[in-house]
Design a protein around this ligand. Structure first.
Ligand code: NAD
Length: 232
């Protein structure tokens, strides 16, 4: 008799780290529920995962919309791993940063993690287990970045969110950790490991956070950056 697949939910899965995570998680034995606002990209992700023999369902989901996130979450049975990945890098220096820009960046890069956790936590609490992984960034976690004020502040907020959620959800058997990637767009010379990172580097780490070996770690924001954050 075959073991039933675990379920991983991955947001922002149409490309980049989310698409790589969908593939890596399916390869490590998850059924992947992949979502994004980019329908064409999601089709590509589904094709890649299915070609590799994986199990995947795709759905259009805008993580900025509370009701959409809530009704998406309500459609699931057991969810073992939530990868809250959707986000974007905005560029605006202080003088050109208006409130609307600030709010759009923090809504997607910070508030959406809370929205997703709030929607999926009740099911995880009921099953007394679950893993939540939120995508942060070394911008905000370990260093400042001129022109990325809203981005860095929103990503710094993810560190606080991860710590506090870990406290609230830990007693229910749920771990909450963050991944702070970097080095995917840097020059190899800036990176101690002397190569540019790939979405797959981050995706494989996300798989590790979902694995049994990570069962006693929670509340951590972990830099996955080839050492870039310690070389600054
Ligand atoms: N690539 C890097 O170097 C890097 C560095 C630090 C942090 N990160 C973080 O990792 C995460 C993924 O980054 P990436 O490089 O793969 O980005 P990406 O731009 O390649 O992919 C992001 C995905 O999120 C989707 N998305 C955007 N807005 C959405 C919304 N409202 N609802 C649902 N989906 C939405 C996009 O359509 C896209 O498919 C982000 O949170 C990003 O901030 C990336």
């Amino acid at each position: 008799m075959s073991t039933p697949l675990r379920t991983a939910v991955v947001t922002g899965a149409a490309k980049g780290i989310g698409a790589a995570a969908a593939l890596a998680l399916s390869r490590s034995g998850y059924h992947v529920a992949a979502s994004d606002i980019d329908g064409e990209g999601l089709k590509r992700t589904r094709k890649v995962v299915e070609a590799a023999g994986g199990s995947i369902a795709v759905a259009s989901l805008d993580v900025r919309h509370t009701d959409a996130v809530a009704s998406y979450a309500a459609g699931f049975g057991q969810v073992d791993l939530l990868v809250s990945n959707a986000g974007f890098a905005s560029v605006a220096f202080l003088e050109e940063l208006d409130d609307a820009h600030w709010q759009a960046v923090t809504d997607l890069n910070l508030t959406s993690h809370m929205r997703l956790a709030r929607a999926f936590a009740p099911g995880m609490k009921a099953q007394k287990s679950g893993r939540i992984v939120c995508l942060g960034s070394i911008a905000g976690h370990t260093y400042g970045w001129p022109g990325r004020l809203a981005y860095s502040a929103s990503k710094a907020g993810v560190t606080g969110l991860v710590r506090t959620l870990a406290m609230e959800l830990g007693p229910h058997g749920i771990t909450v950790n963050g991944v702070a990637p970097a080095g995917l767009h840097a020059a190899a010379e800036q990176i101690p490991l002397r190569r540019v990172g790939t979405p797959e580097d981050i995706a494989d780490f996300i798989v590790m956070l979902g694995s049994d070996g990570a069962r006693f770690m929670t509340g951590q924001m972990l830099s996955v950056d080839g050492g870039m954050s310690v070389s600054l």
